[in-house]
Design a protein around this ligand. Sequence first.
Ligand code: FPP
Length: 255
Amino acid sequence: MTIISSTREVPVTSAIPQHVAIIMDGNGRWASKRLLPRTAGHAKGVQSVRRAVETCGRLGVRHLTLFAFSSENWRRPAEEVTLLMRLFVQALEREVARLEDQGVRMHVVGDLSAFEPRLQELILQAQAQTAHNDKLHLTIAANYGGRWDILQATRKMLIAEPELAANPLSIDESQLEKYLSMSWAPEPDLFIRTGGEQRISNFLIWQMAYSELYFTDCYWPDFGEAELLQAFEWYRVRERRFGRTSAQLHAKSAS
Ligand code: FPP
């Protein structure tokens, strides 16, 4: 797939977003409202992940990227971090066969070196086992941060192409983009954050320059097919100008 950069070219868009990126927020509050431990919200959140994968696959979305654990989430209580890691391991052990059946290719991006060896091994296995699929690319961002991504890309670029250091003015966006951790995917068309907060929280900060940003109060465990379709409907009528004027867009669609 040829990657179109929104800052260099105007991407072709479609009614259904090709790449959907989600911050799955509100698990803790969903649980607290029911007098349950926060971790129960994360466990319930796994069901919403399953539903989102199924709905995106059915509607023809090509890339679904989920923020499962940010580089800042290590600051949470130790027992919550442990449960999140356990859920991640369980999901990898139990769900990969289902992903296979659905034609889903799985990727995990982030600094995986901080994870226990068993988790790292399962991630590599899941990626290898689904590598031949191409219907829907499911990317889990784990121990991921947008600033980390830009930094690691810069380091990789300078290691691979040391001559650039002597000629920094020759570096353009496309050179750095090759080393970003999701370099295979187009930029997200639609970003969704559940749970009521209106922040990007160090997610795909390079790639979301022209993404449409959708915020909903719905907590992630309650985010089902109807809520996803509502977000898609909101997206469908957005005017994606990519820097152009509205008049230019209308003139183009009339011609
Ligand atoms: C944010 O809710 C959610 C997370 C930090 C974790 C998301 C993880 C899952 C949905 C489960 C595991 C995912 C996979 C892909 C297996 P929060 O805890 O910040 O909620 P709050 O804002 O209400 O406290």
